[in-house]
Design a protein around this ligand. Structure first.
Ligand SMILES: *Cc1c(COP(=O)(O)O)cnc(C)c1O
Length: 233
């Protein structure tokens, strides 16, 4: 079995090659380790290999692993929430997470605003878009996206930084390409409506099976689990 460090080297080479194909700077793509079900020991191995950004799907798991990593003495680690977020869990995450990728409703935005205001912070967020209208997935519809974006910009303790999406699962990474293009086009159309570029600077898209395609289509954050840690048990 390859180590996490070996896997990260392979990913980094593929990332750099995808950037070269598009004339992009490799430093414009952030590798986020998607760590659901992974143990604190696996996270420590990822830290030793140079990973500094972790994304969790469940609030309790994020809090538990953050505590374990804090105890191990790491201070420069960023925690991201990438799973569906319930309103009643926001109080455990704000303040304290670098980026919430899964903001998908006005009600959730208002709850994050309330908690961030109380803590005196501005909370970075991405809007999650449900590109293929999948009933099993969260995310705002493309039709509702502009209204949500405009509302979020009115909330002074939210710091909108872009969009996130997860295309329907497929074995073939090329199947994801049109969805990645759609997400990028949605960001462009928000820009055309007057949403500032700085609020659209991130596209969080691409996972183990399709991150190279995502980079070709403009991803700035790729969320990787299996390709870094091996199959989930
Ligand atoms: C699990 C997960 C990932 C990573 O999935 P892999 O296919 O293992 O790379 C990325 N994003 C989200 C939201 C996830 O839940």
């Amino acid at each position: 079995m390859p180590t996490i460090a070996q896997r990260l080297r392979e990913v980094t080479q593929r990332l750099e090659a995808a950037c070269r194909r598009r004339g992009r700077d490799p430093r414009s793509v952030l590798i986020l380790a998607a760590t659901k079900t992974r143990s604190p020991e696996e996270l420590l191995a990822a830290l030793a290999a140079g990973i500094r950004h972790f994304g969790e799907n469940y609030v309790q798991e994020l809090l538990a692993k953050r505590e374990a990593i804090d105890k191990a003495g790491y201070t420069n680690v960023s925690w991201h929430m990438i799973g569906h977020l319930q309103r009643n869990k926001v109080k455990y995450l704000v303040p304290g997470v670098a980026l919430i990728h899964s903001l998908d409703s006005v009600a959730l935005a208002e709850e994050i605003e309330k908690r961030a205001a109380r803590a005196g912070v501005r909370q970075p967020v991405l809007l999650e878009v449900n590109l293929a209208a999948e009933a099993t997935k969260s995310g705002v519809s493309p039709q509702e996206l502009p209204g949500l974006a405009e509302r979020v910009l009115e909330l002074p303790h939210l710091d909108l930084q872009g969009l996130m999406a997860m295309p329907p699962y497929s074995e073939d990474p090329e199947d994801s390409r049109p969805h990645f293009r759609t997400l990028r086009a949605l960001a462009d159309s928000l820009r055309d409506r007057g949403i500032p570029t700085e609020n659209l600077r991130h596209l969080s898209m691409g996972m183990s099976g399709d991150y190279e395609v995502a980079i070709e289509e403009g991803a700035t954050i790729i969320r990787l689990g299996t390709v870094l840690f091996g199959p989930r048990g």
